[in-house]
Ligand binder design. Structure first.
Ligand SMILES: [Fe+2]
Ligand SMILES: [Fe+2]
Length: 283
């Protein structure tokens, strides 16, 4: 049964997005001189279109399979015309089995994790955070995949109930319903589309970082930034749609990375601005 689900997931080549994003892209395209920056600014809020663009840039056809690891790199390589066509090709009509309001919250959550995790990554490592942003944006792509291949044996109510769960409880329920959880679904989907390991590994480990302390897991800095971002969002906004859970392990990990109470105040203020930006976009 698990093999059957894996086969279904690896046959997918793209995921539908939410109509709101397509509407925004069409408005930009109708302008006399649409700018690529404006276009990318919309795309970077959307896990489905971004994953399609980066997967095409990584396809063997362009000669760099497994080497394009940021949206910026993919956009430079493919050019505006191709980016426009790819974005519209993702706009196929699909009815997801959960309310639209919940879908928007799910998309918004992915953007918030991308933004906060890349901030933390920069603060901890001092490095450019484009790769972390992309991995953060796609960290829950497995949830959209599971909805797309939803089991016909389960009603919309049961699927909707999943959105109230967090961390281990969520992973356990997903496995009962789909025979795999969203971290596995995301990994299988992106690997088949030639995504580089620095994007896929953090998606696979984002709920488990604390269980691998002391182990040599790949791309540890990115994994811990996404793990911390999810925990912090739960800490700052516990009632938001968020599948991470704040624990003592998050606090210990922050201290280990020299992030203390005073920094948390600054992080919280910055994140509240991100929430406003995301709310403006998704409302
Ligand atoms: Fe998750
Ligand atoms: Fe998440």
């Amino acid at each position: 049964m698990a093999n059957e689900i894996k086969a279904k997931i690896t046959q997918l080549t793209s995921l539908p997005t939410i109509p709101l994003v397509i509407t925004k892209l069409i408005v930009i395209m109708k302008k006399e001189n649409p700018s690529i920056d404006e276009f990318v600014d919309v795309i970077k809020h959307d896990q489905s279109i971004t994953s399609k663009i980066v997967s095409i840039a990584n396809s063997p056809f362009f000669g760099y399979p497994g080497r394009i690891n940021s949206l910026e790199q993919a956009v430079l390589m493919l050019g505006f015309d191709l980016i426009k066509s790819i974005s519209l090709s993702v706009s196929r009509f699909t009815i997801f089995p959960i309310p639209y309001v919940t879908l928007k919250k799910m998309w918004s959550h992915s953007f918030k994790v991308a933004d906060l995790s890349s901030f933390l990554y920069r603060k901890i490592t001092g490095k450019n955070s484009c790769i972390c942003f992309l991995s953060g944006l796609l960290h829950d792509i497995g949830r959209a995949i599971l909805l797309n291949i939803k089991s016909s044996d389960h009603s919309a109510d049961i699927l909707h109930e999943l959105y109230k769960l967090k961390a281990d409880e969520l992973l356990k329920s997903e496995t009962e319903i789909f025979q795999c959880n969203h971290t596995e679904a995301g990994k299988w989907f992106l690997e088949k589309l030639f995504f580089p390991e620095e994007i896929v590994a953090p998606i696979y480990y984002h709920h488990y970082y604390d269980r691998f302390l002391g182990y040599n897991i790949p791309y540890k800095d990115i994994v811990q930034s996404i793990y911390l971002a999810e925990g912090l969002i739960d800490f700052i906004k516990p009632d938001s749609l968020n599948d991470g859970q704040w624990t003592e392990n998050h606090l210990a990990l922050l201290k280990e990375n020299n992030i203390f109470e005073s920094d948390l105040k600054e992080i919280k203020e910055g994140f509240l601005t991100t929430i406003d930006t995301a709310n403006n976009f998704f409302d």
